[in-house]
Design a protein around this ligand. Sequence first.
Ligand code: PMP
Length: 348
Amino acid sequence: MLPESILREAQSEFFELSGSGMSLLEMSHRSPLYDEIHEGARARSKSVFEVPDEFEVLFIQGGAMLQFSMVPMNFLADDVSGAYVDSGAWASKALADARMYGEAYAAWDGSDVSPSRMPDQGEVEIRPDTRYLHVTSNETIGGVRMVEWPEVDIPLIGDMSSDYMSRPIPWDRFDLVYGGVQKNLGPAGMAVVFVRRSILEETSKHLGTYLRYDIHADNRSLFNTPPVFTIWMTGKMLSWIESEGGLAEMERRTNQRAAKVYDAIDSSGGYYTNPVAVRDRSLTNVVFNLANAELETRFVAQAAKNDLVNLKGHRSVGGVRASLYNAMPMAGVDALVAFMDDFQAGNV
Ligand code: PMP
């Protein structure tokens, strides 16, 4: 979701931007007007995410999935490997892609763990000569969130696509953090990547230019034509977050939204069930099941008739999934909870 105010603002500025005689979509990305938008979005990414100065912010096309390749391409070498917390569907994809470029292994395998959860401290096994540990802070499909960052003495790299701006990031632990913007920050079209400046000297220089983090950093993410519309909208979303109270307020709302839906699940007497260990329940993707697939289908269809849409669980797992990203108003959550009660009452 995007806040209605942003969509309306974009609509009103769409045809002609700031008296320039043209739309943003027609403008040179080297023009002063675009540069202001670009720099504004970059600066706000750092301020709103509360990123320390040692990090560079990058806007890179290809979504989070391109980062599954760019991370190993830039960091792996013949003598070092990459460790992955294999916590679910997205972590597994990241690991599989890394194996295309070098030595990568699962430092913890959660594929057969029930209920689903993240590893406990001490369960993550790091081999010698490991360059980084890759974690997925929130498994979007499984609805599992990493609450305790693994205490290992190698740098962490994090895919935070589905819980960006839902809680503070412990920057001292990470060398690189990335996430596609389309869930919490804007329309699809790029990943926002935060990379520790000191490691840019160590990243591989034997890659096509677009694949090199240092090239993006040296060129303020303007090495080639950037996704101007996505950057424009992301800048607006970051300003909105700022004006709503920033990261602390986003975190408060995230906790409140999730608590309401989990309360509804936990107080349903087993009518709704959540398959995740309580500690690791996602706050942005609440997944739940009903007694059988037929009832779940009916739930999703009736919900849609009540304007509660996109509740179908991912096609690989089924069930129901409520994605509660930053722009989701509390009224949307309240409407879902009321619907869950009504549905249960009418379908016992
Ligand atoms: N990682 C996670 C945790 C995701 O949820 C997604 C998308 N749902 C991706 C990676 C892939 O992102 P993209 O579509 O931006 O490539």
